[in-house]
Write a protein that binds this ligand. Structure first.
Ligand code: NAD
Length: 417
């Protein structure tokens, strides 16, 4: 990965770029570029051998003008204060772009979960949930899964919160297992919105997604499901990768079979005897659609110069640096921005929370239909802003839409005191 840009600075630059198209006063823009609140804490937990270990954890609450803070919790050695701040900001803009009534938040623990047993991860997660307890709540701040966390961690957090609060509050967290108040369709939601956003982009560009070639970098929840659903729409997935490398299949591969292979062996490598490919080679393949679905800063300005895809749909958060955006706009590469493309995750999290509050659960087809409506309408809104403001790219148009909505909500609330 390129990996150099500070994601928080990237976020601030993206907000500045969009604010230039709006009349928002500078003091308002400053507020839109910084989190309202940041928890930085040291969690001490017991290892299986009885020793104690202390690790750093964060929760950033970026903006609550449109509703409770909302955003995932990531377990990764690369988690830093600035990364969490950036990710919380992207959440605020993402929720506004798809018009989900939430603000933005994000959290993380700077660990490699592979270094710990399940019982150690449970004690650590419960320690974090205890620290988070005064900040979170169904109407306050609602965490969710992110990189290296899933239903298991969400269930632990929910249980810790409910036990300490002596209540039931399934809507305090989303991304839960079905029997713990999760929603149908949540696991697939991020990959589904990537596929839907790509479909809308191809339609808008008058191109056929059926028969289009696709490369996917990162083969976890977002990447593997996006690949499978793009294949269902007729696209040919010709290359995929994960942190240990990738494979290239010029005639296309079966994304679900690759996912099974990864579940069995821990990697996409070695599947079907296809040729090995590095992540950098994958990102510069001559394909119709590139889906970066790993982490931030996958493509910087230098690498962007070598990118040969026509369309990029960002499944990951912040996979392109601002320099890369400039280079790609010059080359007429259309980038469907993360705050739309991967917004399916937070949209179905919202549906999960609605179902939790109503204690009434939807069918999977209702979830998927509502998601399709949200993503399709959001894409239309972004295209309208792109054309009306003549923004340089779809990302800036998406921020224009989002900033407008957040500023409206803040204006309507007024100042107090
Ligand atoms: P995940 O942990 O399930 O998968 C991450 C994948 O990326 C793994 O296959 C890993 O091997 C791969 N990877 C890591 N470093 C890599 C590298 N240097 N090169 C290539 N591959 C690499 O995580 P996920 O939930 O799929 O999240 C991926 C991205 O999508 C993140 O940016 C996350 O913030 C974003 N996202 C996820 C969701 C969601 O609901 N899961 C929602 C919105 C955004």
């Amino acid at each position: 990965m390129a990996g150099q840009a500070n994601p928080f600075e990237s976020l601030q630059e993206q907000v500045d770029d969009a604010a230039a198209f709006l009349d928002a006063p500078p003091d308002v823009v400053t507020r839109l570029k910084n989190p309202e609140r940041l928890l930085e804490t040291n969690l001490t937990f017991e290892r299986d051998d009885g020793s104690l270990e202390t690790v750093r954890a964060y929760r950033s609450q970026f903006n609550g003008d449109r509703g409770p803070y909302k955003g995932g919790i990531r377990y990764h050695p690369g988690v830093t204060r600035d990364e969490v701040k950036a990710l919380s900001g992207w959440m605020a803009y993402k929720c506004a772009v798809v018009d989900v009534p939430y603000g933005g938040g994000k959290g993380g623990i700077a660990i490699d979960p592979a270094d710990y047993s399940e019982s150690e991860l449970e004690r650590l997660t419960r320690a974090f949930a205890t620290e988070l307890r005064p900040l979170i709540g169904e109407d306050r701040d609602i965490p969710a899964p992110d990189v290296n966390t899933g239903q298991r961690e969400m269930n632990w957090i929910k249980d810790t919160y409910e036990t300490l609060e002596n209540t039931t509050a399934p809507g305090v967290i989303t991304g839960k297992a079905l029997d713990s108040g999760g929603s149908e369709g949540r696991v697939e939601a991020t990959g589904r919105s990537v596929a839907l956003a790509a479909r809308e982009a191809f339609d808008w560009l008058d191109r056929d997604l059926a028969g289009a070639t696709v490369a996917v970098q990162g083969y976890g929840n977002a990447g593997s499901i996006a690949a499978a659903l793009l294949a269902d729409l007729g696209a040919d997935v010709v290359a995929v990768s994960d942190s240990s490398g990738g494979i290239r299949a010029p005639d296309g591969l079966d994304p679900r079979a690759v996912k099974d292979h990864k579940a069995e062996t821990g990697s996409v490598s070695g599947y079907g005897r296809f040729a090995a490919i590095t992540n950098e080679e994958l990102l510069t393949l001559d394909v119709d659609l590139l889906v970066p679905a790993a982490l931030e800063n996958a493509i910087d300005g230098d690498l962007a110069a070598d990118v040969r895809a026509d369309v990029i749909a960002e499944a990951a958060n912040g996979p392109l640096t601002p320099d890369a955006d400039d280079v790609l706009a010059e080359k007429d590469v259309y980038v469907v921005p993360d705050i739309l493309a991967n917004a399916g995750g937070v949209t179905v999290s919202y549906f999960e929370w609605v179902q939790n509050r109503q204690r009434f659960y939807w069918t999977e087809s209702r979830v998927n239909e509502e998601l399709e409506r949200v993503i399709t309408e959001a894409f239309e809104g972004i295209v309208d802003a792109f054309e009306a403001h003549e923004t340089p790219n779809l990302r800036t148009a998406a921020y224009v839409v989002a900033i407008d909505r957040i500023v409206d909500a803040a204006d309507q609330a007024g100042n107090w005191p």
